[in-house]
Design a protein around this ligand. Structure first.
Ligand code: COA
Length: 162
């Protein structure tokens, strides 16, 4: 599909993609907070770029040397389900692993709150290697937040390089 992954910031593309996903990002303040994070050097930013523009965004935060958080991941609705999310997660996981990070976490809406869009999100996280750790009320919003984690391992290439 000719997708390039680029470590670059783009608040404009974060806003455009989140505004196109109202079932997940219906809250204007939440979008503003993600856009602010996209401009903040405390967060890593990875973009998936197709020939006609940015189709996926991911923000990460390194809390400790050993632990990082996937703060945001979103794919343009027209490109969802085509492998872009997996590409972003795998690049993030491999870059962090070679830098000595051993655990990647992510927060999302927990299963106790029935919501089909977030059930899809949880299925995505599980299929890219995250396992559920704990569900807690009132963490990121008044309802339940599910914390998932993925252990990170350095993948050796066939030629022995990393
Ligand atoms: C969640 C999201 C980032 C996933 O990116 P994506 O490009 O659509 O996902 P991929 O095509 O890479 O899917 C990877 C795997 O996840 C699983 N998956 C993806 N979407 C799924 C869905 N809707 N239902 C069930 N499983 C799903 C599939 O098993 C897929 O495996 P496959 O590679 O064997 O087909 C994207 O769909 C999105 O932006 N969703 C809306 C916003 C969101 O949920 N953001 C995160 C929480 S705030």
């Amino acid at each position: 599909m000719g997708i390039e992954l680029v470590e670059h910031r783009s608040a404009k593309d974060v806003r455009r993609i989140l505004e196109a996903l109202p079932e997940w990002f219906g809250d204007v303040d939440a979008i503003d907070n993600y856009v602010a994070a996209a401009e903040n050097d405390d967060y890593g930013s990875l973009l998936a770029v197709a020939p006609d523009g940015v189709i996926g965004v991911a923000l990460t935060r390194r809390h400790f040397r050993e632990a990082a958080e996937l703060h945001l991941i979103a794919v343009d609705p027209e490109a969802r389900g085509t492998g872009v999310g997996r590409l972003l997660v795998e690049r993030i996981a491999s870059r962090l692993a070679v830098d000595g990070c051993t655990l990647l976490s992510v927060h999302t809406v927990g299963p106790s709150f029935e919501n089909e869009p977030y059930a899809q999100t949880r299925a995505f996280y599980r299929s890219v290697g995250f396992v559920p750790l704990e569900e807690r009320d009132g963490l990121d919003w008044p309802g339940p937040t599910l914390i998932l984690v993925r252990p990170l391992v350095v993948q050796m290439q066939q030629d022995g390089s990393r």
